[in-house]
Write a protein that binds this ligand. Structure first.
Ligand code: NAD
Ligand code: 2YJ
Ligand code: MG
Length: 259
């Protein structure tokens, strides 16, 4: 699994604001509106305990401080615990945090201590980027393309099927495709096929996953995938609205998910 790097997390607030503007122009809603629509919840100054975790590859520089930035961006009362791991968890719970945020190399969770709700970053990221793509103002049909059906893309595809879109999907892994066809009812998409979509969710860890034959001239590419799957020249030749940010949009979705 791809780990975030400190470089990915530089200039996050600027990236978040820039993406929020794109989302507003493309959907008429901002990130908070989109999250409210998905989960039917609101945020109200909750106390958030952010616990650094040292296991596996260890602390990622800027990770906890980025989580603090996003809690503050949404008007929450965030704090990074002084100690990591179990001691940090004890600190956060003892200081009466409403929500705990913490991540190791495998999973990143938000846990609401007051109502018991728990959410993972991979599911919440898939769902929010899918929802953003699906709300494209200039969409020419209900067809939507999902590229990559891993932890993030699968959750996104599932959300879109539930929302009654015509969900086409591609993943090079045959078993994954078969599972998504059987369990979700996605329409298998062949990347060699000429079918231009105006809404695309890309959730792979690879670059250049999007080709010219996939995108309509006016298109929204919504992608949590790092690095970006959209080649620059394709973006320039077509009128593509690009939503792409390494952490904060997914975290916003987690916070609303546990309210
Ligand atoms: P994963 O490894 O579970 O899944 C990736 C999937 O992409 C796999 O099924 C793989 O077969 C598929 N894939 C690879 N190349 C492809 C191609 N050319 N076309 C179609 N599919 C292809 O990974 P994940 O946990 O789902 O994460 C996906 C990406 O999203 C990673 O880059 C991860 O770092 C990133 N991510 C970003 C955020 C964020 O907030 N921006 C949050 C979570 C994950
Ligand atoms: O506390 C820290 O600084 C680190 N333990 C954070 C680790 C962050 N984890 C990741 O970046 C992994 N990709 C897991 C996230 C799962 C969601 N894709
Ligand atoms: Mg994100």
């Amino acid at each position: 699994m791809a780990l975030l790097t400190p470089q990915d997390l530089e200039g996050l607030t600027k990236q978040l604001e820039c993406n929020n503007n794109t989302i507003k122009k493309a959907t008429g809603m901002d990130i908070a509106d989109i999250c409210k629509q998905i989960y039917g919840t609101t945020l109200d100054g909750e106390k958030v305990g952010i616990v650094p975790i040292t296991s596996g590859n260890g602390i990622i520089t800027n990770f906890s401080s980025s989580l603090l930035t996003i809690t503050e961006y949404f008007g929450l009362d965030g704090a990074v615990t002084e100690h990591p791991d179990v001691t940090g968890y004890y600190e956060a719970v003892s200081s009466d945090a409403d929500i705990i945020l913490m991540a190791d190399d495998h999973i990143f969770i938000a846990h609401n201590m007051k109502n018991g709700k728990i959410a993972t970053n991979h599911v919440c990221t898939g769902v929010v980027y899918a929802e953003i793509a699906s709300r494209y103002k200039y969409a020419d049909s209900k067809d939507i393309l999902v590229i990559g059906l891993g932890r993030v893309g699968y959750a996104g595809a599932q959300h879109l099927v539930k929302r009654d879109f015509d969900v086409y999907a591609y993943d090079p892994d045959r078993e994954t495709m078969e599972k998504a066809r059987k369990e979700l009812g996605i329409i298998p998409y062949d990347p060699e096929e000429e079918h231009k979509f105006s809404m695309v969710l890309e959730a792979t860890p690879n670059p250049n996953t999007i080709s010219e034959g996939m995108v309509a001239e006016r298109c929204l590419v919504s992608t949590p995938g790092i690095p970006c799957g959209l080649p620059e020249d394709i973006g320039e030749r077509n009128e593509i609205d690009l939503v792409m940010e390494p952490l904060m949009i997914g975290v916003a979705s987690m916070l609303y998910a546990v309210m």
